[in-house]
Design a protein around this ligand. Structure first.
Ligand code: TYD
Ligand code: MG
Length: 446
């Protein structure tokens, strides 16, 4: 950017920057989301009179063992990479009503190793929170409530009280006096979060920031905060179904894409220890168009059902709908099946769906998706004891997948009898299941 510019525009949804105002963000296509940011004029840069930053040898001995605090919810600990790191900032994002406030309150209750726990709410009153606590059967011991949205008074309280853990629900309601604009705009969000990070690090306070993801971009999305915080967790799931997935998309202290599964019940979110149980419906009678795939969610293998419905197109262009599977990938697999396996999908409507809407973006699910499609088109029933693993190439060739052994082990553990895998140099240990190795889609389809 040229030095002459005194202002620029930032999309409050995705963080896209532009030198001029635009009605629609070219990056995320949100309308009216660009906000002006002023760059303060600075005197010519000079090092004279400045105190210099200190150079620290990289191999200088430090106390490397970071302190981890268990949250009391094993699933949450796993997603965080083994508990909360003292002094870290975790953002918990998700649609309104998905369960962010619920899990935060449950966590504060279960966290036994912390004496002082603070819940700051700008959204709900004390009586609302108490009502929720009663519903969750939370005693509220050592949990303190703050009903404030002013950043400066919150920071002062944190510095004075030095609680072990703080939940801010939500970051979009917090505002600083030093910044113009309403709470939740991108400058407020960035400023408040940066100051909270500083206070957290200096005082060894672990902070959870709740952030709403809004589709209309009216309130700045938590996306622009992702690079400031240490860990980002997103709640996924449909408000219609009662299971919820908490996924780490960034973690400075652990693996990403680690997931935790919860079920929303009348007294809160209950962890699900065996996720495959939710995504499999093995005793369903009509299994036409259903295939089982093995995916890795973070470090965890999971078996998931994919359903396809293929019906002759009555008129016009064939319909294509996919839930949980990327549209482009569905189209690619349909093209491979049409061209390489002589399946005339261009005359058929195709609907694809994963169990409970779980997002499947791993190529290792390709074979299973193809099998579900074929099963529906040819009215074939696939055994409910077979798992399909493999990536499909453009010529119909099957590609090896990573962590094959773990996927096989999970299938065997759940009693699957036949496992179809791609030919590869990857070794796997013999198991009780019947393993079928194929090198081309054509071998199994025709
Ligand atoms: P909430 O945690 O308020 O969502 P968020 O903070 O992400 O906006 O959860 C809201 C939904 O969860 C609400 O529709 C009611 C439901 N719920 C239950 O089903 N059981 C419970 O025990 C609680 C507290 C909420
Ligand atoms: Mg809430």
């Amino acid at each position: 950017m040229s030095k002459k510019n005194k202002s620029f525009y930032v999309c409050n949804n995705c963080g896209y920057q532009s030198l001029r105002w635009l009605g629609k963000c070219p990056e995320c296509s949100t309308w009216g989301s660009l906000e002006e940011q002023i760059i303060k004029k600075q005197s010519a840069h000079s090092a004279a009179g400045q105190s210099a930053a200190k150079l620290i040898p990289l191999n200088e001995k430090q106390n490397l063992s970071e302190k981890r605090i268990p949250t009391g919810i094993n699933e949450l600990d796993r997603v965080l990479g083994g508990g909360i790191v003292s002094g870290s900032i975790v953002m918990v994002g998700g649609d309104p009503g998905i369960g962010k406030s619920t899990i935060m309150l449950q966590m504060l209750d279960k966290m036994k190793d912390v004496d002082k726990k603070v819940y700051i709410s700008g959204e709900e009153s004390l009586s609302q929170i108490q009502q929720r606590a009663r519903r969750l059967q939370i005693t509220g011991q050592n949990i303190f409530f703050v009903n404030d949205t002013n950043l400066e008074t919150i920071l002062a309280a944190l510095e004075k009280e030095k609680p072990g853990v703080v939940v801010i629900d939500s970051i979009q309601t917090i505002a600083s006096e030093n910044i113009d604009g309403i709470p939740g705009n991108s400058s407020q969000l960035r400023y408040c979060t940066a100051h909270l990070v500083q206070t957290a690090k200096q005082n060894q306070i672990s902070i959870f920031l709740v952030g709403h993801v809004t589709k209309d971009g009216a309130i700045a999305g938590p996306k622009i905060l992702e690079h400031i915080v240490d860990t980002v967790l997103y709640f996924e799931g449909d408000n219609q179904v009662d299971y919820r997935i908490l996924r780490s998309t960034k973690n400075r202290f652990g693996a990403v894409n680690e997931i935790a599964l919860f079920q929303m019940e009348k007294n809160g979110l209950i962890p699900v220890a065996n996720p495959s149980e939710i995504f499999l419906n093995t005793d369903q009678n009509d299994r036409q168009g259903t295939a089982v795939v093995a995916v890795m969610e973070g470090n965890r293998p999971m078996l998931v059902e994919v359903q396809a419905l293929v019906a002759k197109t009555q008129f016009g262009i064939p319909q294509r709908t996919a839930t949980g599977i990327e549209h482009r990938r569905m189209n690619l697999l349909l093209a491979v099946l049409e061209k390489k396996c002589a399946k005339p999908f261009s005359f058929y409507d195709v609907f694809l769906k994963t169990a409970a809407g779980l997002k499947l973006d791993e190529p290792a699910t390709d074979l299973g998706i193809c099998m579900a499609l074929i099963s529906s088109m040819d009215e074939l029933i696939l055994a409910n004891t077979t798992v399909y693993i493999g990536e499909v190439g453009l010529n119909g060739e099957l590609r090896p997948v990573s962590r094959l052994q773990e996927r096989i082990n999970e299938a065997v553990k759940l009693g699957f009898k036949r496992i179809v895998i791609p030919k590869s140099k990857n070794r796997y240990q013999a198991t009780s299941a019947n393993i079928q190795i194929i090198s081309r889609l054509q071998e199994i389809v025709n």
